[in-house]
Design a protein around this ligand. Structure first.
Ligand SMILES: *[C@@H]1O[C@H](CO)[C@@H](O)[C@H](O)[C@H]1NC(C)=O
Ligand SMILES: *[C@@H]1O[C@H](CO)[C@@H](O)[C@H](O)[C@H]1NC(C)=O
Ligand SMILES: *[C@@H]1O[C@H](CO)[C@@H](O)[C@H](O)[C@H]1NC(C)=O
Ligand SMILES: [Cu+2]
Length: 395
């Protein structure tokens, strides 16, 4: 009898945890090792699979997977599809963005032209979700019909330069940048005076990527002058300024801001979209003592000091951009799916750090990824299993 009661209690506790997981439900070891985050992904997935609607069905849903859980032959297929996007010609109107030679450049431009509106603003999370979908759609046209892969930062806390994601093999996203010694650290020039200075020590690269599938990949657009480009579409930087892809893999980015603990605490410590958003992006106006957030942590772990992935305007030039943002969207998705009904809101105004001041964004407002994806109301981008436009889950 006693045994039965204990069993029932356990069951009940287990169910409560599954429905409303809390930080206290997990041992510190489980949080720091990624076991908790994996469990949360499992709960989110179970909930997502009950929410299919519209044209999204279990037979159509795309599974977005962590890079190293994808077979090596499939990774090569994915890389071939990325190269296919890089080889397709630009489709922008002639003369509008003279430096855009390929479809890949076009897609980078779609981010660059909106950078003053979709960072540290109310559209940040959903614009990037829609932007990843744009890329996933183009990958599909290039033969990769599975879900966009993501990169779980926490697995590489000992150093991204040691990761199979960046080992420079033909099943990686390319290696580190060439090592450049004696570089000074980078101090992030926040416009907001509230934020303490953020110092990023140099990582293990700093120069051009010399190994792996993307050694011939060219960065063309930019650099863009941030002061002038925010928030309007930049005029400078549209020409062809061909150069190599620079990386500076940097374990500090993961250790300080994007560890398993950081992602798990973000999910379980955020009660509403305000808390989730300002912590995920490290918005200096709201969390001045916790700048960067997991988003900035992911970027700086690839871009470090001077790497393209750390450039807020043209970071999509690094093919790893899509995987680090896939992970950010996954963390957002897990958080949302734990209670989708109450987590389908937005927080923030329509401009970067509200410069210049703009109204609060609402779910009735629209964003686009022109010319690739049409305007959509933000409320249409909340569920990833409603079919219009999304039909994907994270596993
Ligand atoms: C960027 O824009 C600012 C403000 O207009 C200007 O002072 C600065 O010289 C520009 N920098 C570059 C590199 O063009
Ligand atoms: C991120 O997690 C690490 C432990 O993995 C911790 O030392 C660090 O303080 C956390 N960063 C933030 C901003 O919470
Ligand atoms: C915009 O949102 C902020 C934060 O929630 C709120 O304090 C403010 O009143 C809102 N402004 C308007 C005009 O609704
Ligand atoms: Cu961005």
């Amino acid at each position: 009898m006693k045994l039965l009661t204990g069993y029932l209690l356990l069951q009940t506790a287990g169910l409560a945890t599954a429905l409303h997981p809390k930080l206290e439900d997990f041992k510190q070891k489980a949080i720091d090792s990624g076991v908790a985050l994996k469990a949360l992904n499992g709960i989110a997935l179970a909930k997502a699979l009950t929410k299919f609607s519209g044209t999204c069905t279990p037979s159509k849903v795309k599974y977005r997977r962590e890079w190293r859980t994808i077979s090596k032959s499939d990774r090569r297929k994915f890389i071939a599809a990325v190269k296919c996007i890089m080889a397709k010609p630009s489709t922008l109107p002639p003369g509008e963005v003279p430096g855009a030679k390929s479809l890949y450049d076009d897609i980078v431009w779609a981010h660059a032209r909106r950078s003053g509106l979709v960072h540290n603003s109310g559209t940040f999370l959903l614009f990037h979700r829609y932007y990843l979908h744009t890329y996933e759609t183009e990958l599909s046209a290039c033969g990769w019909t599975a879900g966009l892969p993501y990169w779980e930062w926490g697995l590489d806390i000992t150093g991204p330069h040691l990761s199979p994601v960046f080992d420079g093999s033909d099943t990686s996203l390319g290696g580190d940048g060439e090592f450049i010694p004696n570089r000074p650290p980078f101090s992030i020039p926040w416009i907001d005076p509230l934020t303490p200075e953020i110092i990023i020590p140099p990582g293990t690269g700093g120069g051009c990527v010399k190994t792996g599938p993307f050694v011939h990949h060219k960065v063309r657009l930019g650099p863009f002058n941030m002061t002038e480009t925010f928030p309007v579409e930049p005029e400078d930087g549209r020409g062809d300024n061909e150069r190599c892809l620079i990386r500076d893999l940097n374990k500090g980015g993961i250790e300080r801001w994007a560890s398993f603990r950081n992602s798990t605490e973000l999910i379980l410590g955020s009660g509403d979209i305000f808390e989730f958003h300002v912590n995920a992006e490290g918005d200096p106006r709201w969390v001045p003592t916790k700048p960067m957030g997991v988003h900035g942590g992911g970027h700086s772990s690839i871009g470090g000091v001077g790497g393209h992935a750390a450039d807020p305007v043209i970071s999509p030039y690094d093919p790893a951009f899509w995987l680090t943002h896939g992970q950010l969207d996954r963390v957002y998705w897990i958080w949302q799916m734990l209670d989708l009904e109450s987590r389908s809101d937005v927080f923030g105004t329509g401009t970067w750090l509200n410069i210049p001041p703009s109204p609060n964004v609402t779910v009735e407002d629209s964003i686009d990824v022109l010319p690739h994806q049409p305007p959509r109301k933000l409320k249409e981008l909340m569920s990833t299993v409603a079919g219009s436009p999304f039909c994907f889950v994270y596993v």
